[in-house]
Ligand binder design. Structure first.
Ligand code: FAD
Length: 493
């Protein structure tokens, strides 16, 4: 009699290498049935957004081909995850189910429900560097502040070396029937807005692994100088690959450590890059310990904060028509490519929440739909950080000035020129605040405010003062004497 197969549930771990669940399942020597479930019901409002669906299509396509080449088929099913898993157990007579742990609240609930099914369940730590249950403060509570968290991570034994792809996988005598990928309709058709995404990205494990090698060899050497410049390709652009699990943080970790060992001059950049991976780790640990993070302020007193900003304001921000060039550039980059530079994400989010006074959850929802790297942990933690309500959040008196931020991080205006072509002919000295430029300068650059390019949607000074007053009232204490003078960010820097 043929051995009962084992099931491998792939979620945001769309890779063959360093995949503990797949590796362990293959090592049993039994036939394996890898499957992916498209579940639009269980996550509720956090069902995969438009840009994420585009990425998922291509990532699954790539994974499926790679599995097929190794003799194993990927089964696609659609529906409520736990019900679909139950059906698959019944249909295949599988004896065991393998999966990697996830950090989204609904995914953790699913894992909990699997415990009630009549099957051996094997769960693995797949997508994080450190075990969230073990990474605790000396008093045994989860970390709420990044710096001690990162110190504890760096003092802990380093993450295990990555696993290779399984050497061999046995196919079952009968592959359970599944959906076709094209039948899921993950790609936009009417209209097809994905041209910019296609030009910017190559989803899939081979491309992700190639990117990691490039990061370890070259990107980190310029990371310190280049990572804060949205006009340069100074960051790794690994975020969507990491989100969909085409690469693991420990693959990145070890590749970068090896790069540093080979070239000690790359150490400062390499360490700065590893620190960003720890921000990802911190956000994931937070979400695991505080599953309400996407919905409710981490600091409860922020529940009283009012957000009178209008829908029209939100619409201008979404369309990149705020009249604030660095923000419009970022929002257009996002719309076009599904990605935005981290510095600009902070500036754009700050304008929405603190100057336009629109609820951070509406901004987070827009990012969720439009980012190819939309990630519940990173997105929620970062929006709460900007809104001041998060763990280790920006002090309330740090309100970004988009003009100063633009001048500092896009000094020659290259980034704004790329995404806001209406302003191309403005000199760097005026490009971040065209409303302050003399009329003759605007005319010479072909800019008519209110016609060729919008006037600013808010008075930055006045809205900053109002926000400060509201935040001060909420916090119940004033800033320190030198606090409000700078808009320099304290973290994510
Ligand atoms: P690199 O600078 O090369 O960093 C390497 C990796 O570290 C990234 O791929 C990412 O996984 C992680 N990382 C870097 N910065 C952060 C950070 N501040 N917080 C957590 N992880 C970080 N990141 C997402 O992956 N998904 C999101 O949905 C998301 N939403 C955000 C929303 C806002 C308002 C802000 C301010 C930031 C958000 N970020 C999000 C964090 C950050 O902007 C992106 O991770 C980063 O821009 C990705 O580009 P990169 O891969 O080139 O980063």
């Amino acid at each position: 009699m043929a051995a009962a197969p084992v099931l491998v549930w792939l979620r945001n771990d769309l890779r063959l290498s360093d995949n503990p669940a797949l590796h362990a399942a293959a090592a049993t020597g039994r036939p394996i049935v890898p499957f992916y479930i498209l579940d639009d019901a269980t996550p509720g409002k956090w069902r995969l957004g438009g840009a994420g669906r585009w990425w998922l299509h291509h990532s699954l396509h790539s994974l499926s081909r790679r599995l097929t080449r190794r003799g194993v088929a990927l089964t696609l099913r659609r529906g409520e995850a736990v019900a679909v898993v139950s059906e698959l157990i019944e249909e295949t007579g599988a004896s065991a189910l393998y999966c990697n742990r996830a950090c989204e609240p609904w995914a953790r609930c699913d894992e909990h429900c699997l415990g009630a099914l009549d099957i051996e369940l094997h769960r693995f730590a797949g997508g994080l560097l450190f075990d969230p249950e073990h990474m605790r403060t000396v008093s045994g509570t989860p970390f709420r502040v990044f710096t001690p968290f990162s110190k504890a991570c760096l003092a802990a034994p380093p993450p295990d070396p990555p696993l290779p792809a399984p050497k061999s996988m046995v196919a079952p005598a009968r592959v359970p029937p599944g959906d076709t990928l094209t039948g899921w309709g993950l790609l936009p058709v009417r209209p097809d807005w994905s041209g910019g995404l296609r030009a910017a990205w190559r989803p899939g494990e081979p491309q992700a692994q190639g990117r990691v090698a490039a990061v370890a060899n070259t990107v980190v050497s310029d990371y310190l100088g280049g990572r804060e410049r949205p006009g340069r390709a100074g960051t790794s652009r690994l975020s969507p690959h990491l989100h969909f699990g085409e690469v693991t943080p420990r693959q990145c970790w070890h590749a970068v450590q090896a790069g540093i060992a080979a070239d000690p001059a790359a150490a400062p950049g390499g360490q700065a890059f590893l620190r960003q991976l720890l921000w990802r780790e911190f956000s994931a640990h937070l979400l695991i310990h505080v599953p309400t993070l996407p919905e409710r302020p981490f600091r409860p007193r922020f529940a009283a904060m009012r957000y009178p900003g209008s829908k029209a304001m939100l619409g201008r921000w979404q369309r990149g028509r705020t009249g604030i060039p660095i923000v419009d550039a970022g929002m257009r980059e996002l719309w076009h490519t599904g990605w935005m530079h981290n510095r600009v994400r902070m500036i754009a989010a700050s304008l929405l929440v603190k100057n336009m006074r629109v609820d951070w959850r509406l901004g987070a929802a827009w990012f969720w739909d439009t980012l190819v790297d939309a990630d519940l942990a990173n997105n929620s933690a970062s929006w709460q950080w900007v809104a001041g309500s998060g763990a280790d959040a920006a002090p309330y008196f740090r309100i970004f000035s988009p003009v100063l931020q633009g001048r500092r991080y896009d000094p020659d205006g290259a980034y704004v020129r790329r995404w806001v072509p209406e302003l191309t002919r403005l000199a760097a000295s005026h490009i971040h605040a065209p409303w302050q430029a003399p009329a003759a300068v605007l005319a010479a650059a072909g800019v008519t405010l209110g016609a060729t390019y919008p006037r600013p949607c808010v008075d930055l000074g006045e809205t900053r003062r109002r926000a400060l007053a509201d935040y001060r009232a909420l916090s119940g204490s004033g800033p320190s004497a030198d606090g409000p003078k700078t808009d320099r960010p304290r973290r994510m820097a």
